[in-house]
Design a binder for this molecule. Structure first.
Ligand code: SF4
Ligand code: MSK
Length: 637
């Protein structure tokens, strides 16, 4: 018994979320396994993998670099192997975000009047059409939507030219990218080029590998993700500030609980619409429930909360813990960040674990494929399946932990700028509308803006790095904008509540929060919505006639874990924004890779990575970095 207590304590020490600690205790009682338990089994992780010096790019390997074997069988050294592994992470991350964008774009091509998917933001479509060189004159809005979809789909495979979306960036930055040769061409081409060049017997030069990683990541940030965000807004509406709640307590006692987990709003938006139908509400009553409660996990949670106020059940590390509550009728997933452990775990409870995408099938799941052209019918079938499962709930297995927080979420670019101008959803096209934002930055009332984004990582206690860094920053008058699971962490802990600004924010930031009615931590959306950060930075830089690298801004991924995060970090750096990581990427096996990523890139793009696994120190590094930029920024402005 002593050993069991010890195991539980060790697991509980791996998260600072109080609900999660309760659920870990229940997991032990229920005899089910979670990531926290599995982590205990990984006492020592592979040193070669941690340093990035294991190569299995051909059948002669795996080759692992050490003092005794300084080269792989083909002669690849540590710099080549680390560089190739890094480039492949960037390519995988770019592929994930961009394939998401491709599906959204195909959905735009399916829109029609009265159809399952319609154009919710015609004005945004018209503006975007003009930006993409599509003439909206005299065209029906759906004709225009289809034409824009086609032009965007060309961005994935066009044979000539570079991403059309680069022109959003300041001129000086565009010229730099051109000079360095990191303007991304077609999105798929950049991914294919990395995969080809990292095949055995191709690139064996670290500088070249990092260079092509940057160009590939740019295809994520300045093409795929930007298209994904823009078309999501056109289809489902630009997010506006909305109230929400976050953490496992959002699961409702006597309602059918449906959790949506994954990333793409095409599925989740349709599930929201289906669950609101009177026939579904009645069916829920018929099976003895009071109603239907939808909630989200990971970026689907972010997409839904910012457009509908759908509650956030939890973040990446809470996906198993949600099922362990015993109160979830169905977890419906699409793509990315879904633990393969979930079907087996669900089998211990009544929860239906439903996969919907052919891109992410998981053995043991109930697979109910979702197709955009039969979207509403598919969504209704899935929701019905969840409702009918309510009768199988076993009350003796239910434990919903006590805590949840409230928050305001859904600040798109328009909302942030609009709020500072005291209007909702302003058109952001001129210095006048950006002046209040620039003024509070230039005057030093707000010292800078930091994007604190990304995942949870079992290498750090869940949420600890996120919260420590965010609190340090806002205490010192740095405004924080956040996306992904970092946003969930902030919301779960009350940092997105305007009323909490005086408690957590410094005097300057708290005053701004009160004057313009914003929380000290701004929810910007999902992982693809990091493109919104690029957009705001470009708008401000353009308005001030500066480069992005001149702005008092920084990026931070305190608990990153996914390949998508590596792609994001690399395009943020390539865009001129210093990026601070709380977990070391697998590059330390190459001293030259570390020198380049954490220093050398500064000479090329005006920004680089910084890594510190102590979140207090990392926060200080961020603040010092931004402060060092302030004198020049103030003079230039
Ligand atoms: Fe080994 Fe070279 Fe093959 Fe990699 S590519 S596994 S280093 S022989
Ligand atoms: S879901 S990529 S764990 S933020 Fe976008 Fe969260 Fe990271 Fe997945």
């Amino acid at each position: 018994e002593k050993k069991d207590i010890n195991v539980l304590e060790q697991m509980q020490n791996m998260t600072i979320d109080l609900n999660s600690k309760v659920m870990l205790e229940k997991a032990e009682k229920d005899g089910v396994e979670t990531m926290y338990k599995r982590k205990l089994g990984y006492k020592v992780q592979c040193g070669f993998g941690l340093q990035g010096v294991c190569c299995r790019n051909c059948g002669m390997g795996p080759c692992r670099i050490s003092a005794k074997t300084p080269r792989g069988l083909c002669g690849a050294d540590e710099h080549t192997i680390v560089g190739r592994n890094f480039a492949r992470m960037v390519a995988a991350g770019t592929a994930a975000h961009s394939d998401h964008a491709r599906d959204i774009t195909h959905t735009l091509a399916l829109t029609c009047p009265g159809g399952d998917y319609q154009v919710k933001e015609p004005q945004k479509l018209i503006e975007f059409a003009k930006f993409m060189d599509v003439d909206p004159e005299g065209k029906d809005i759906y004709e225009l939507a289809h034409e824009v979809a086609e032009v965007c789909l060309m961005e994935f495979g066009k044979p000539f030219g570079v991403s059309k979306l680069l022109k959003r960036a300041p001129k000086v930055r565009q010229e730099l990218w051109n000079k360095l040769g990191i303007e991304p061409r077609a999105i798929d081409r950049e991914i294919a080029t990395v995969m080809h060049s990292t095949h055995i017997g191709c690139t064996a030069d670290l500088d070249s590998l990092i260079h092509m990683s940057m160009r590939c990541s740019m295809a994520d940030g300045w093409a795929g993700s930007m298209i994904g965000t823009m078309i999501s807004d056109i289809l489902f509406g630009t997010p506006k500030p909305v109230h929400t709640e976050a953490n496992l307590n959002v699961l409702a006692g006597n309602n059918v609980n449906i959790i949506l987990h994954g990333h793409e709003p095409t599925l989740s938006e349709m599930i929201v619409a289906a669950s609101e139908l009177p026939e579904m509400q009645e069916l829920a009553k018929e099976v003895g429930a009071d109603g239907i409660t939808l909630s989200g996990i990971c970026c689907t949670g972010n997409e839904l909360t910012m457009r509908h106020g759908v509650k956030i059940a939890g973040d990446f590390h809470q996906q198993e813990l949600a099922i362990i509550t015993g109160a979830v009728e169905a977890m419906i997933v699409d793509v990315q960040c879904i633990f393969p452990a979930l079907p087996e775990l669900s089998s211990h409870y009544h929860t239906k674990f439903i996969t919907t995408s052919p891109k992410a099938r998981i053995t043991g799941a109930t697979h109910m494929e979702f197709h955009e052209d039969t979207a509403m019918e598919d969504a209704k079938t899935i929701v019905r399946e969840a409702i009918m499962n309510f009768k199988n709930r076993d009350a003796s297995k239910v434990l919903v932990p006590d805590l949840k927080s409230e928050g305001m979420v859904g600040y798109a670019e328009e909302a942030i700028v609009g709020q500072l101008n005291n209007v909702v959803n302003t058109q952001i096209d001129e210095m006048d509308t950006l002046k209040p934002l620039v003024d509070v930055l230039a005057s030093g009332v707000i010292r800078g803006v930091v994007g604190v984004v990304g995942c949870n990582n079992a290498k750090t206690p869940s949420n600890y790095n996120h919260l420590t860094i965010i609190k340090e920053l806002i205490k010192n008058d740095f405004l924080v904008v956040t996306t992904g699971c970092g946003a969930s962490a902030a919301c779960k802990n009350g940092l997105m509540l305007k009323e909490n600004a005086p408690k957590y924010a410094g005097k300057g930031l708290a005053t701004v929060c009160e004057l313009v009615d914003i929380p000290p931590v701004i929810h910007l959306g999902s992982c693809v919505d990091n493109s919104r950060i690029l957009n705001v930075c470009s708008l401000v830089a353009n308005a001030c006639d500066m480069d992005i690298s001149d702005l008092p801004v920084a990026g931070c991924a305190p608990e990153w874990m996914s390949e998508k995060a590596v792609a994001i970090g690399t395009y943020v750096v390539s865009s001129g924004i210093d990026t601070f990581l709380g977990v070391m990427p697998p590059v330390t096996g190459s001293s030259r890779a570390v020198e380049l990523l954490c220093g050398g890139l500064k000479d090329q793009v005006g920004a680089c990575f910084y890594v510190n696994e102590d979140p207090v120190e990392l926060a200080k590094m961020i603040m010092d970095d931004i402060e060092s930029k302030r004198p020049a920024f103030e003079t230039l402005y």
